[in-house]
Design a protein around this ligand. Sequence first.
Ligand code: 5GP
Ligand code: 5GP
Length: 248
Amino acid sequence: MRITSSAFGILLLLVFLSSAQAGYDFFYFVLQWPGSNCDTSSGCCYPSYGKPPSNFGIHGLWPNYNNSSYPANCDPNNPFNISQIQDLVTSLRTNWPSLACPSIDSTSYWQHEWNKHGTCSESVMNQHAYFQVNLNLKSRIKLLQYLQSAGITPNNEFYSLTNIKTAIKAGVGHTPWIQCNKNAAGTYQLYQVYICIDHSGTVLIDCPVYPTRGGCSTSSIQFPSFVGQHGKTSPLETTFNEKGSIEK
Ligand code: 5GP
Ligand code: 5GP
């Protein structure tokens, strides 16, 4: 019994030390629904390489503390360097597309996420590993599939927040945090999904804490379609407003 409890104590100490060394406690892995990004009053831009797939895209992997606070912009001496992730660019374009204007080729989005969040986990993973870990998590966590298995599809219908969380929990194994935004008509819709990951970036965990900002202030939320939204894909940098007309 004494051996068991001291072994447990050592294990706890090791876990504590490794996360203390990391400089943060865990990550939020955040995915965004493109349909909810584009149907807002400010609209969206597609990347110059084409309309993103009708699937969740990566927003980022954000180091966080168990007390809800988080580090940011941790190392100005290690700025984003695209040459370190050349082999990942094709996959990043599909899985981590930028929809904010001007989207261009999405690289300024990746740059922002690395500089703000990625530098805070650089003691655990370098730039290449950070982007690779994001892509690995994206391919493991099949959000759209989990939702569709529960009959929750991006068809402009309304779904209960509880059913959305339950469907994602059934696939991920842990309860997610859901963030809503409003479309141009002011309707609350499914915008971002937060999944908690341990500090190594590999183990999905129960969230030690959920974001303290408001989640969805309504229990029934819309899941908007992205297929056919705003008409055709433009090869040019183009802004689409909510009526589908083009603003250059
Ligand atoms: P917003 O307030 O628009 O949801 O978040 C703005 C930005 O602040 C996010 O994109 C992210 O960079 C950062 N942020 C907001 N909340 C959190 C949080 O709980 N943890 C971490 N690590 N970053 C956050
Ligand atoms: P955060 O909220 O993570 O601190 O900042 C996100 C930054 O990335 C903002 O400056 C935003 O304009 C830019 N950005 C570029 N593309 C996207 C996108 O598709 N979604 C979001 N949320 N932000 C994007």
